[in-house]
Write a protein that binds this ligand. Structure first.
Ligand SMILES: CC(C)(COP(=O)(O)OP(=O)(O)OC[C@H]1O[C@@H](n2cnc3c(N)ncnc32)[C@H](O)[C@@H]1OP(=O)(O)O)[C@@H](O)C(=O)NCCC(=O)NCCSC(=O)C[C@](C)(O)C(=O)O
Ligand SMILES: [Mg+2]
Length: 350
């Protein structure tokens, strides 16, 4: 483990100094696009105008025979596309793949100053982050990159989950962590073919109303199979000062279930999610922007308790020092999002 006094030293001579605080711009959705797809590249400026973050995906979902053109397409995006200030991220191929070394080398040296975050798939422990950390520092120094590129890990193996805390703390470059429910389900031998979301077999059942007939009056409710994983990921991220994200929801047509899954993650503490299709950008924006009615009540708590101390009754509900802090979380997020969004500003009454 690195000495605490060395933690913020660059890992290569000439590399930029690591950041001390992770920047928190609006991060409600990381929008995935395939940079080998010319049509998607052409549409990117319009997508970037709606999305908080755009990410050129080089890993799974990009066919093997298009890995090189995806990498070249992303370099073209970094050099020529006008994204209007929307951060550009990438997901590189996994560390054991034959493409990742060229992915990282090419991207950092060609478009290092345009790239905000590199997402690393299938991270299993701190050693994976340490490897990329040093490599990126060497490449930043070589290319003269002036601000450090941050790293984001995807949790998609049981091993990665078991090591989530050490992954979160592995480097000052760590920006955040996302859930990778498809690979994680496979790694854990969960019995689902879905990419994120619930499963009709994962239910809780009420007691029977008739002792003789066990079928009578029983209500079944689907549970969230990602609850434990997301909650643990949120704790790991917050304790390390980095940002937790949900991940993909593969049933593009089921916008209702997508919204429910995103909202569960939002309520548990995630700052954002992924969008795989333009329709999911709007869902994420709606879900990860706090509800105006809740913001109004949170403002009322803050206004009624100016010093944030003591016990108070507001609309029949007990409020104290801790609930004042909860209110602060909502109002601070609402204020931040309203800064660049006139519609939200009006909805929150700022
Ligand atoms: C799902 C797909 C195939 C449906 O694609 P489609 O063409 O069937 O959809 P469509 O509704 O017919 O498309 C309508 C229009 O939207 C465009 N479009 C469609 N999607 C996008 C997009 N993302 N960005 C920008 N534009 C997009 C599309 O090109 C089309 O344009 P057109 O009207 O001009 O013809 C397509 O949306 C897509 O390829 N999305 C990205 C998929 C992806 O990145 N997957 C990997 C992340 S999830 C993952 O890896 C798992 C994980 C974490 O690793 C783990 O859990 O383990
Ligand atoms: Mg995956």
């Amino acid at each position: 483990m690195r000495h605490p006094r060395d933690f913020f030293k660059p890992l290569a001579v000439g590399a930029p100094e690591p950041v001390r605080e992770i920047p928190v711009p609006p991060s409600r959705m990381i929008h995935f696009f395939d940079p080998s797809n010319e049509k998607m590249r052409a549409k990117l400026p319009a997508i970037a105008a709606k999305a908080d973050i755009v990410l050129g995906n080089l890993e799974d979902a990009v066919p093997v025979d298009r890995k090189e053109s995806a990498r070249a397409g992303l370099v073209e995006v970094g050099k020529t596309a006008d994204l209007g200030g929307t951060p550009l991220w990438t997901r590189v191929n996994s560390l054991e793949s034959p493409w990742v070394l060229d992915d990282i080398t090419t991207l950092v040296t060609e478009i290092g100053d345009q790239l905000d975050v590199i997402m690393i798939p299938k991270v299993e422990g701190a050693e994976d982050i340490h490897y990329v950390d040093r490599l990126v520092a060497q490449l930043e120094a070589k290319a003269g990159v002036t601000r450090p590129i941050l790293l984001h890990a995807i949790l998609e193996t049981a091993q990665g989950m078991a090591n989530v805390e050490e992954i979160a703390f592995a480097s000052p470059r760590m920006q955040g962590i996302s859930l990778g429910p498809a690979d994680l389900a496979a790694s854990r031998r969960m019995k689902t073919t879905r990419v994120g979301g619930g499963h009709p077999g994962y239910v809780s059942i009420s007691d029977p109303t008739d002792a003789e007939d066990l079928e009578v009056g029983r209500v079944r409710a689907q549970q969230d199979p990602w609850h434990y994983t997301v909650a643990r990921m949120v704790d790991a991220c917050v304790s390390a000062g980095i940002l937790p994200f949900y991940g993909p929801f593969g049933d593009i047509k089921d916008t209702v279930a997508c919204e429910a899954q995103f909202r569960a993650a939002f309520i548990l503490g995630c700052v954002g999610t992924w969008s795989l299709h333009p329709v999911q950008i709007d869902i994420a924006k709606k879900v990860f922007s706090p509800d105006p009615a809740e913001v109004a009540f949170a403002k009322k708590i803050i206004e009624s308790i100016p010093d944030g101390k003591g016990v108070h009754m507001i609309d029949g509900k007990m409020q104290d020092d801790a609930s004042w802090k909860q209110a602060k979380v909502l109002v601070t997020l609402a204020e931040q999002l309203a800064q660049d969004d006139e519609e939200l500003k009006a909805a929150y009454g700022f």
